[in-house]
Design a protein around this ligand. Structure first.
Ligand SMILES: [Zn+2]
Length: 152
């Protein structure tokens, strides 16, 4: 099963739903093995008491409980808006001052960070909505034309 499926499962049933009804065994070398309470994968253990969570499941749990830390591990945003190096003056959150993308070390910490406007997300229109939008635009144009005619 993929990691994604496992995460869905854990999310759906919750951690508590995974009760440690797991089997354990001892191999011929006396090494104890136990099943992970989430994925049933056998793991080597010193003591087969209670239940264990394997390292891959620990990662999954970590991803669920701290998605933000996981994301930040993979992707580190600069916190700078797109096109910041074309701005006449841009101050990042650490107080670094840039004039058209060139750092001005002398000015560091003297200015307030530039406020970044959140980018508006463009909604994807369905074919039907597109048609309605086009119809609206067409009606508007028609009205404008009419007004122009009446003015003359
Ligand atoms: Zn596991």
């Amino acid at each position: 099963m993929s990691r994604k499926d496992d995460i869905e499962k854990i999310k759906k049933h919750g951690f508590k739903a995974f009760r440690p009804e797991r089997h354990s065994y001892e191999d011929e070398n006396g090494q104890k093995h136990m099943q992970c309470k989430f994925c049933c994968e056998y793991q080597k253990v010193d003591d087969n008491v209670g239940w264990i969570t394997c390292s891959s499941c620990l990662t999954k749990i970590d991803m669920i409980q701290h998605p933000e830390s996981f994301i930040s591990k993979q992707y580190k945003p600069t916190g700078r808006p797109p096109g910041w190096h074309w701005m006449a003056e841009f101050v990042d959150k650490d107080g670094n001052v840039f004039h058209k993308g060139k750092e001005q070390p002398d000015l560091k910490g003297t200015l307030k960070p530039t406020k970044i406007k959140p980018r508006k997300k463009k909604k994807k229109l369905s074919a039907d909505q597109k048609l309605q939008r086009d119809l609206k635009n067409w009606k508007k144009r028609k009205q404008i034309k009419r007004k122009q005619k009446t003015k003359k």
